[in-house]
Ligand binder design. Structure first.
Ligand code: UDX
Length: 453
């Protein structure tokens, strides 16, 4: 199929490159000329595992091209993916001007029948509004060209986006007719069995994307609240996580307690769904709490650091391991590190940070007072404490004896629960995690069961 993809952000670029890999002829379009010129010179503007080879291979094979001109992108195309940003608007809802603008531009230049595929995450009703706007532009042009708007949300995780695209759990397609839904389903038939292509109406497909992200975010805020309670009552969240995650009804995924979620999706989508609820006259109380718990979780961890140092961080040197919102990406959007570091600075601490790949991105958003180290070990040199904020394997594999030796006071705040507390104690570090027992027994617990209940 001849396909155009509008928007060469992380979703657009991955979608375009993967569809080309599947044998389709793809043109990726972005109005950002600089980005297109980088791509045309073989430079991938984002860090995503496997994407550079995928792009290079498909460009070389003549299946993938880049352009900054809409007319060139959609000429001869049968389907157009809309993969532009839908950031948070001032009122918490999704800002849809970019997707409407892209759809209207398409309508202004399209000459033949087209399926518009809404890939961007958009609130319920957006596809119908796109349809209305495209029809209005075509009417103004005085032409009658058949078109459809189909909703096909993405569930890609940064860092594993290429494999997530190529081996999806499911593909969700929302269409107004079964025929057009099946036409889009054909795009995926090589990578997913037919029974896992879920055809539905458009509103349900739009809602599915938000409900999926909101549910995963709920799991995270839930486990973080239980972790906070564990700290107060002397239970260990890692044991509790195993204890509940092995129940197949609950499942082990997204139950890692820590500093809370960040990134370009969860914070934005939870807020947008709350706004959709408000607009519809329904208060989504669980999600309001999910959002609030996530905000508080960052503050709570900084409070633990302040408390440890007797109420002030004045003159303390704090090392920060990890800046990106999660490992495997250089993305700093809504990264917990931003709030944490600003709080530390406000409390008078000196901050030295290190991240294997996100430092160039971090420098753009963090306070200029932050110093950057050249590696994980030099980062902790003379530090009064080290905070693990992103669980990169590079940190977790460090020799903690060396770490302890380098520090002025050997204190490890493991805000991703990435280390074994016992390993830290053995290395001479004071260990403070999230919801973990401050001192875990080295031997298996053999307490006799006294209760017969
Ligand atoms: C997410 C969804 O997983 C994906 O389906 C959707 O398309 C986009 O949003 P992504 O933002 O790339 O993907 O990251 P993900 O791996 O889901 O993690 C999101 C955040 O939650 C990260 O900050 C991560 O550190 C945090 N997280 C995740 C936890 O705190 N605990 C967990 O158990 C899992």
């Amino acid at each position: 199929m001849d396909i155009a993809v509008i928007g060469t952000g992380y979703v657009g670029l991955v979608t375009g490159a993967c569809l080309a890999e599947l044998g389709h002829r793809v043109v990726c379009m972005d109005r950002d000329k600089e980005k297109i010129s980088l791509l045309n010179n073989g430079v991938i503007p984002i860090y995503e595992k496997g994407l550079d080879e995928l792009v290079a291979r498909n460009v070389a094979a003549g299946r993938l091209r880049f352009t900054d001109r809409m007319i060139e992108a959609i000429r001869g195309a049968e389907a157009v993916f809309l993969a532009v940003g839908t950031p948070t608007a001032a009122d918490g809802g999704a800002e849809l001007s970019m997707i409407f603008e892209a759809a209207e531009q398409i309508a202004m230049v399209m000459e033949s029948p087209l399926i518009l595929i809404q890939k961007s995450t958009c609130p319920v009703g957006t596809s119908v509004e796109i349809e209305r706007r495209v029809a209005a532009v075509l009417a103004k042009r005085g032409v009658q060209i058949p078109f459809h708007v189909v909703v096909n949300p993405e569930f890609l995780r940064e860092g594993t986006a290429v494999t997530d695209f190529m081996q999806p759990d499911r593909v969700v397609i929302g269409a107004d007719t079964a025929e057009v839904g099946e036409r889009v389903a054909m795009l995926y038939e090589k990578i997913v069995p037919k029974e896992r292509i879920l055809l539905m109406d458009r509103a349900s497909a739009e809602m599915t994307k938000y409900a999926a992200n909101a549910f995963l975010a709920t799991k995270i805020s839930f486990i973080n609240e239980i972790a906070n309670l564990c700290e107060l009552v002397g239970a260990d969240i890692e044991s509790v996580r195993r204890g509940i995650g092995t129940d197949t009804r609950i499942g082990p995924a997204f139950l890692a307690a820590g500093i809370g979620y960040g990134g370009s999706c969860f914070p934005k989508d939870v807020k947008a769904l709350i706004k959709t609820g408000k607009d519809a006259g329904y208060q989504l109380r669980i999600l309001e709490s999910v959002d609030e718990v996530n905000r508080q979780q960052r503050i709570r961890q900084v409070e633990k650091v302040i408390q440890h140092f007797g109420g002030s961080l004045e003159g303390k040197r704090i090392a920060v391991w990890g800046l990106a919102f999660k490992p495997g990406t250089d993305d700093m959007r809504e990264a917990p590190a931003i709030d944490v570091i600003h709080c530390l600075l406000r409390e008078g601490a000196e901050v030295v940070a290190y991240d294997p790949i996100a430092m160039p991105q971090a420098q753009r958003v963090l306070d200029q007072r932050v110093r950057y180290a050249s590696d994980a070990l030099s980062c902790v040199d003379g530090a009064d404490a080290v905070l693990l904020l992103t669980e990169w394997p590079e940190f977790l594999g460090l020799d903690l004896h060396l770490v302890a030796q380098k520090m002025a006071t050997p204190v490890l705040f493991d805000f991703r629960n990435g280390f074994s507390p016992n390993r830290a104690y053995e290395a001479g570090l004071t260990y403070i995690g999230v919801g973990r027992k401050t001192k875990v027994s080295l031997k298996p617990i053999t307490e006799p069961i006294t209760s017969t209940k």
